[in-house]
Design a binder for this molecule. Structure first.
Ligand code: MG
Ligand code: ZN
Length: 222
C-alpha cells in the first residue's frame, strides 16, 4: 500500500506552531511553579468525548474528598454539563470553555487557576477537552497525566493515538463491563499502552459502578 506521510518541516505554519508551543511550555512552567508554591498536585485527565473522564473524576473525588481538599477545572468547547456533574460532589469547580479550541492550553489553565483559592486545596483535577491528539502537545503544568480509553471506542484507540500515552502516569481502560458485548479485549488495550510507555500504570475500570477506581487512585499516587 502507498502511504503519504507528512514531515515536521512540511507543516505550513511551522514557525507559528513552534512559537505557540514554546509559549505554552513557558506558561505551563509558570502554572507548575504556582501549584508547587501552594503545595497542590495537579492531574491532567485526557480522553475522547464519551470515554468516561467526568464519571471517573467524580468517582475519584467521591472517594478522596473527605481526606483531600480538591478542586476541578473542567474543559469543554461550550457546555457546563461536566462541571455541573462534578459540582454535585461539593468541590470547587471552574469551567473553561475553549470555544473552537480542541484542547486546553496553559494560558487558559492559568486563568482558571486565578479563580481557585489554591491555599485551600491540595489536589486539582483538570479535565481536558475530549480528544486524544493535540492535548498531548500542550502541557498545562500538571504533575501527572491520566489518559482514558473505553472499550466502546473499539480495539485500536491506543495504537492510533500513541503520542498521548508517552507521558501518561496512568492509562485507564474504561467500560470493561461492556468489553464482551463490544468484542474488545481490554487486556490487549493495556498491552498496547505498555508497548508505547512501559512505565505507565494501566488500570481497568467500570467508572459507572466504581470498579477499579481505587486502583486508579493508587496508580496516580494521590
Ligand atoms: Mg467529560
Ligand atoms: Zn486541539
Amino acid at each position: 500500500m502507498r502511504v503519504v506521510e507528512s514531515r515536521d518541516d512540511e507543516i505550513l505554519d511551522v514557525e507559528l506552531e513552534e512559537s505557540l508551543l514554546a509559549k505554552n511550555r513557558e506558561l505551563a512552567r509558570r502554572n507548575r511553579e504556582m501549584l508547587d508554591s501552594k503545595g497542590v498536585i495537579a492531574v491532567d485527565v485526557m480522553g475522547s468525548i464519551g470515554s468516561g473522564k467526568t464519571t471517573l473524576i467524580k468517582q475519584v473525588v467521591k472517594r478522596l474528598k473527605n481526606r483531600r481538599s480538591i478542586a476541578v477545572i473542567a474543559g469543554d468547547l461550550t457546555t457546563t454539563i461536566d462541571a455541573d456533574r462534578i459540582e454535585e460532589e461539593g468541590v470547587q469547580v471552574v469551567q473553561v470553555n475553549t470555544g473552537k479550541e480542541c484542547h486546553l492550553d496553559a494560558n487558559l489553565v492559568g486563568k482558571a487557576l486565578d479563580e481557585i483559592d489554591l491555599d485551600r486545596i491540595d489536589l486539582l483535577f483538570i479535565e481536558n477537552v475530549g480528544n486524544l491528539i493535540c492535548p498531548g502537545e500542550f502541557p498545562l503544568g500538571a504533575h501527572k497525566r491520566a489518559v482514558v480509553v473505553s472499550v466502546t471506542e473499539g480495539p485500536y484507540m491506543v495504537v492510533k493515538h500513541p503520542y498521548i500515552f508517552l507521558e501518561a502516569t496512568a492509562a485507564v481502560v474504561n467500560k470493561i463491563d461492556l468489553a464482551e458485548a463490544m468484542g474488545v479485549d481490554p487486556r490487549k488495550l493495556g498491552e498496547d499502552v505498555i508497548k508505547i510507555n512501559p512505565s505507565a500504570k494501566v488500570v481497568y475500570t467500570n467508572a459507572l459502578s466504581g470498579e477499579g477506581v481505587d486502583r486508579l487512585i493508587e496508580a496516580l499516587e494521590i
